[in-house]
Write a protein that binds this ligand. Structure first.
Ligand SMILES: [Zn+2]
Length: 543
């Protein structure tokens, strides 16, 4: 599971307002008197039974060991994990479909600031402390300026434009977040108490600045310290992107988020001028800039290195419907080390990786029994998830099997622990996304649970209004965004989430076995049913 992208409160609010709850969000608790199918003449039961807590313990003890160093993408521990996984596939006799191997190579660009400083009126300011610059969002900049233009909110809209009759080309501009508000607390742009998208979408302002030829945008960030805290890991470590995989940022103007202290230094004795222009904007709903005269110097230089990662593909060919593919995915990377402290990532996502290894084994057994499923199943272990779902993004942009023939993605990310809510009932799992694109997918999983597993299925995080937005935070989303029905199994967060304490001794293997078996039954149904599941939901973009 990936850490949340930090949205401003206003953006999160805006996001929540745009949506109506319509997906299943309750809890499905099994009937205590229900009887489950354990008859091993049912091949699904026979195969699911090969998924065992013992095997899982064996795999996970290795994957989450200190030797694997937290499996961070681009680090040796990640390669060791890849080799362990492919070794397992090889031992199962899984064919090497990727040029005699199991790997899809993924190139990552690691970018850091070699230099990242700003000087205002002779005072030095440091990146990741006094200001924030994300190296994947803003480029190299090294220049001095004797003028900074206060440009209100940096909005360029037919209804209201801070650029109207102002020369901004090659200038440094200083802007506020948000948008102009009237005295009665309604917004000038919308005429209501709801802000326009200019408030939540900072990129829109940066695109406008780029279009007008602005040299650099300084965004006053009242909550800079909080923003630094939330992005600490990202700001201190390198920023990782796919090499040539993601769109670059040439459409955004160079920009910094600066503290109010820095803003005050820039404004200097022109504070009355700025207050005046702000008052004018509020009163008239028209733009009003102010020329400021600090000495401003910036020195930013990025350094990039390219590192290789690998997605791992274990392909199980189907029979009469083999052209159709069911994907079962899990990310095998984690967040590595901080200094000497290892983040083992037993639950996140050693547990999902292990579950896929066990599902692969069950599928290998089905083949040996001459009982292969009708559709093909692709066990896809992806890398770069913790860096922003990059491995799965890469796969979805460079699919080895036709997207149109990909029936569903079953994604497993954190299934070995028990959260606070279920302290007394470990046999539960949060299910996310199942009904968003396909009612069939949801029903199939419910049916598998009612027939075989009897777990408590909690849809709390499937609620569109859930602020955690987990639907957008694991690898299945890269399939869902293409319209492929996706179901995500997740045990919820706990105190060891992304902490050094996420270790194998805290894993509940009986629970993991039960969840793994349910997932297998769902996959088995998806792969064997007569009709491919129907897509009857719409793709909605995440942010
Ligand atoms: Zn994670």
């Amino acid at each position: 599971m990936r850490i949340a992208k930090v949205l401003s409160t206003a953006a999160a609010l805006l996001f929540a307002l745009q949506l109506n709850a319509q997906y299943v969000s309750g809890v499905n608790t099994p009937d205590s008197s229900a009887i489950y199918n354990t008859d091993t003449s049912d091949v699904s039961v026979l195969l699911a039974n090969t998924i065992s807590a013992e095997d899982m313990r064996e795999h996970l003890t290795i994957l989450a060991s200190d030797e694997f160093g937290g499996r961070e993408t681009g680090h040796p521990g990640n390669d060791m994990a890849a080799e362990y996984i492919s070794g397992h596939l090889n031992s199962l006799g899984v064919p090497k479909i990727m040029d005699g191997d199991y790997y899809q190579d993924v190139a990552f660009t690691y970018t850091t600031w070699e230099a990242n400083t700003v000087t205002i009126n002779g005072n030095d300011y440091k990146g990741a402390k006094d200001f924030i610059a994300f190296p994947d969002k803003t480029g190299n900049a090294s220049f001095q300026a004797k003028e900074v233009l206060y440009l209100g909110y940096g909005i360029d809209d037919p209804e209201y434009s801070d650029y109207k009759k102002v020369k901004v080309r090659d200038k440094v501009i200083l802007i506020n977040k948000g948008e102009p508000m009237k005295k009665d607390s309604s917004y000038w742009l919308t005429g209501t108490s709801e802000p326009s998208s200019w408030t939540g979408d900072i990129d829109r302002k940066l695109k406008a600045a780029k279009k007008h030829g602005v040299r650099m945008v300084l965004i006053i960030e009242d909550g800079l310290r909080e923003m630094v805290g939330k992005n600490r890991r990202k700001l201190l470590g390198p920023t990782v992107t796919l090499t040539n995989g993601l769109k670059d940022n040439t459409e955004l103007a160079n920009h910094l988020y600066i503290s109010t202290t820095m803003a005050k230094d820039i404004i200097g004795d022109k504070d009355k001028k700025v207050i005046k222009s702000r008052k004018y904007i509020t009163k008239k709903g028209k733009n009003c800039d102010a020329k400021l005269k600090p000495t401003f110097a910036v020195n930013q230089l990025r350094k990039s290195t390219i590192l290789l990662g690998r997605n791992i593909l274990g392909f199980f060919e189907g029979t009469d419907l083999k052209d159709e593919i069911v994907v079962v995915s899990a990310h095998y990377d984690h967040i590595g080390k901080k200094g000497d402290v290892i983040y083992n990532g037993a639950d996140d996502n050693g547990s999902g990786t292990t579950t896929v290894l066990e599902i692969a084994e069950a599928l290998a057994i089905s083949k040996n029994m001459g009982q292969s499923p009708r559709r093909s199943v692709l066990c896809l272990l992806v890398t770069g998830e913790e860096k922003g779902l990059l491995g799965s993004y890469y796969y979805s942009e460079n699919p080895v099997f036709d997207v149109d023939k990909t029936v569903a993605d079953v994604n497993i990310d954190m299934v070995g622990r028990v959260d606070k809510k279920y302290e007394d009932n470990p046999n539960y799992i949060y299910v996310i996304g199942s009904d968003r694109l396909s009612t069939d997918l949801h029903k199939i999983n419910e049916n598998a649970n009612n027939t075989y597993a009897g777990l408590t299925l909690d849809y709390k995080y499937n609620d569109e209004k859930d602020p955690n937005r987990y639907y957008f935070r694991s690898d299945h989303y890269n399939f869902a965004r293409l319209g492929i029905p996706s179901i995500f199994f997740f045990n919820g967060v706990h105190e060891d989430y992304h902490q050094p304490g996420d270790t194998v001794d805290k894993i509940n293997f009986d629970k993991m076995q039960n969840v793994g078996r349910l997932i297998f039954h769902t996959i088995w149904d998806l792969a064997n049913r007569n009709d491919r599941i129907v897509v009857d939901g719409k793709v909605k973009a995440g942010r």
